[in-house]
Ligand binder design. Structure first.
Ligand code: LUZ
Ligand code: MOS
Length: 762
């Protein structure tokens, strides 16, 4: 078997996609050659956020040359339903519309341009009704998407009575647009026998397959979904890639022709859901040593007009409500509120960041009132080995303090603080601020059932290897990691491995590539498949070499060697031999994360395979005349376990950090009272660019034993770093307070330049 030491020797910066990306050869959905006869779909969507459809006139559009068909809900052969968790979301509106951007009709035409022009000739008359866009207003009217949920540990009511300090407040965080580089889209090709092949830009091929089958009223085996790669997802294509696939499949089913639809950026911004905005309340109680004794939180999630993934997102908010801290008495309640916004959905962190922001606001509030630095409270309350979370799980191999103190020492926090103090004393109109942000993120789908994966491995008779998994490459480097897993198991080179597209006929019933768990789940399944083949090969060699079964065989350097060094054979020769001996050189691997469970009645269990830890130190400079700001540096100690690919993992840290800073400081989604998205393009919705990212990002790899449940002990890295961005919010607060110690801090994110300016002079 491959030993751990020889995995360590392997390259740690392998990226199979880098040469393709930099030479422009990478193929995305829209790069597929179109088949002759391909038609183009386009959605006609509601311009009214809530109302009753009085009448529709499609006659002008329908008679336009090149228009093939205009599809309404009446044409759907199966169910008009795309809800993933709760069936509450029609593919196409029937009598009512519930948000601006809700699809009503699908235009199918010979070209995209004709479809576009035809959509402008459609007239739909909608009787507008009263719109709700605020989650607390929805809560007061009892407009819920799912039942409220809670977590409870200890007794908060009685413990607040014993606290030296108790503070209450509100914290709000805004939504976030995914801005995946590749917009949503799909391409359906009918096979002629009633079955359909779909190319989809999705994180969840099985979700697409299931949804399409439901809408068409056919069984899942009639639908094949294939994904080569996608141009970013960030959660936005976990469930919300399915409707577009259902639309092209429906159109191709009705016309018996290939149909393609790739959304324009503006359509995508209007029609798709985003990160959930939250409005929350907190109550925090501390003893005289600044130990947090009790914490209460209420979280009002703005779910939009249909459930989508909101109930699951809500769950993760509570799991991360106490972030990286041990708090003995916790009561947290969360409400998924139905409003007239597009249904909000998964977004990197999946509700976790929204929960973590609230406890950080509570700590900042408490520290300010007590007159101590927030980091003193943070430090005194960090998780330790065996600390219990309010959901019953206890920490194992807890690195919270290790990351925190290594960050402080490595980056010399004492010097940083005195430099900032000096700077602020020397400068009247620019001020610096600093904040520490510890993170603790649970790895696994919180829905235990979803934590499984499969992989298919073929070793071809020439020794080359083809692998298929359920993992979707979305820029996060999972393809490289899968190739590394196969290469290290067989002891061959990465270039001998071909990773196939992700396809529902090769790997079925997959969970979406999400929850940071893709490399773990699919990598472990892949490892299982490799091991099956290895064990067959070993059996053959034991016979051939006439050695005891106990003799260890080492697969490395394209060679298989017996441990006693008496025998060896080249990989290529072994495979030829195995083929001649009629040995099965293919295997299907399966993995289901052991140990995890969660009881939804008692709301206790062990939902996560393990936790990922880290600490970021963020420093910023605020221009106190203009309200503009820059991030001087973000210095991180991150718990990678034993990183299997440092370059790929560093990319995740840097990207996650930038995205988190964007969410907390500049990306502001604005809807007016009528539910109209005012920040409807990338000129008025500002995402981080090269000028706004921190001037310096330092990442120290905390190399730890890692968890056996992490693939090759390399911990999940997709979502956790986003939450370092929360530190940026509080660094700005601290710079503002350095200018005006009396400033009002509202804890309403994002902290845009406008808000900084208002706060400086409040
Ligand atoms: N998706 C999901 C996720 O369905 N369940 C989860 O727990 C999750 N966590 C993070 C991101 N996506
Ligand atoms: Mo995600 S938010 O891991 O799709």
């Amino acid at each position: 078997m491959t030993s751990n030491s020889n995995i360590k020797k392997r390259k740690k910066s392998f990226n199979i996609d880098a040469p393709l990306h930099v030479t422009g050869r990478t193929k995305y959905l829209d790069d597929l050659s179109e088949l002759a006869g391909t038609l183009f779909a386009k959605v006609y969507y509601s311009k009214i956020a809530y109302g009753h459809i009085e009448s529709m006139d499609t006659s002008k559009a329908a008679t336009m040359a090149g228009v093939i068909q205009i599809i309404s809900y009446k044409d759907i052969p199966g169910e008009n339903q795309v809800g993933g968790i709760i069936p509450d979301e029609p593919l196409l509106a029937e009598q009512e519309v519930h948000f601006i951007g809700m699809p009503i009709l699908i235009i199918v035409a010979e070209t995209e341009l004709i479809a576009h022009k035809a959509s402008q000739l459609i007239e739909v008359n909608i009787q507008a009704k009263e719109v709700i866009i605020d989650p607390i207003e929805a809560y007061q009217r009892k407009h819920f998407l799912s039942d409220p949920i809670a977590l409870k540990m200890g007794d908060t009511d009685s413990s607040f009575l014993d606290c030296e300090y108790v503070f209450e407040g509100r914290a709000e965080s805004g939504g976030q647009e995914h801005v995946y580089l590749e917009p949503q889209g799909a391409y359906a090709i009918p096979n002629g026998d009633g079955s359909i092949k779909i190319y989809s830009s999705t994180q969840g091929p099985t979700a697409v397959q299931r949804t399409v089958a439901k809408v068409l009223g056919v069984s899942m085996n009639k639908i094949e979904v294939d994904v080569n790669r996608i141009g970013g997802g960030f959660g936005g294509k976990e469930d919300q890639a399915s409707p577009w696939a259902a639309m092209v499949a429906l159109a191709s089913f009705l016309t018996n022709r290939p149909v393609k639809y790739i959304l324009e950026r503006g359509e995508d911004l209007q029609m798709t859901g985003k990160r959930h905005p939250y409005r929350s309340r907190y109550k925090i109680g501390l003893d005289k040593n600044y130990k947090i004794v009790a914490f209460e939180g209420q979280y009002f999630q703005n779910g939009g007009a249909a459930a989508d993934l909101s109930p699951a997102v809500l769950g993760r908010t509570l799991f991360h409500a106490t972030n990286s801290y041990f708090i003995p008495n916790v009561t947290v309640d969360a409400y998924s509120c139905r409003t007239n916004l597009p249904p909000n959905t998964a977004f990197r962190g999946f509700g976790g960041p929204q929960g973590m922001y609230v406890i950080e606001a509570a700590i900042h509030h408490a520290a300010r009132k007590i007159g101590i630095p927030a980091q003193l409270i943070q430090e005194r309350n960090l998780l330790e080995e065996g600390s219990e979370f309010s959901y019953g799980q206890k920490t194992e191999a807890c690195e919270a303090k290790n990351c925190w103190f290594q960050a402080k020492n490595r980056y010399d926090i004492g010097q940083l603080e005195s430099d900032i103090k000096q700077y602020n004393a020397d400068n009247k109109y620019t001020k610096k601020g600093l904040a520490l942000m510890p993170i603790c993120f649970g790895i696994s789908f919180t829905n235990t059932m979803m934590n499984n994966a499969r992989a298919l491995v073929h070793v071809y008779s020439d020794g080359s290897v083809g692998i298929s998994t359920g993992a979707i490459e979305m820029g996060q480097g999972v393809s490289s990691k899968m190739i590394q897993v196969a290469a290290s198991n067989f002891g061959i080179e990465e270039r001998q491995i071909k990773l196939e597209t992700t396809n529902t006929t090769r790997v079925a019933n997959t969970s979406p590539s999400a929850a940071s768990a893709t490399a773990d789940l699919n990598g472990k399944a892949l490892q299982d498949a490799c091991k099956q083949i290895i064990s067959r090969l070993k059996k053959l060699l034991v016979t051939k070499w006439d050695i005891p079964k106990s003799n260890v065989l080492i697969f490395d350097n394209n060679t298989i060697t017996s441990k006693d060094n008496q025998h060896s054979i080249l990989w290529k020769d072994l495979i030829r031999l195995a083929f001649q001996n009629r040995i099965n050189l293919s295997a299907k691997g399966h993995y289901a994360t052991p140990r995890i469970n969660f009881d939804n009645t008692t709301r206790k269990g062990h939902p996560f395979a393990y936790h990922v830890y880290g600490t970021a130190i963020t420093t910023c400079t605020v221009d106190c005349i203009r309200g503009n700001y820059e991030f001087d540096a973000v210095q991180i100690v991150h718990d990678f376990g034993t990183s299997m690919n440092r370059a790929v993992d560093l990319g995740q840290i840097e990207g996650g950090l930038a995205q988190g800073i964007g969410w907390m400081t500049m990306e502001e989604l604005i809807y007016n009272e009528a539910g109209v998205l005012k920040s409807s393009n990338l000129a008025n919705y500002k995402i981080p660019d090269i000028y706004s990212v921190p001037k310096e990002v330092a990442v120290h790899y905390l190399e730890t034993a890692g968890s056996d449940l992490a693939i090759l002990k390399s911990k999940a890295v997709g979502e956790p770093p986003l939450m370092y961005g929360i530190g940026a919010y509080f660094a700005l607060c601290n710079a503002i307070l350095a200018y005006n110690a009396q400033a009002t801090i509202t804890y309403v994110a994002p902290m845009t330049a406008e808000k900084v300016l208002m706060s400086l002079y409040s």
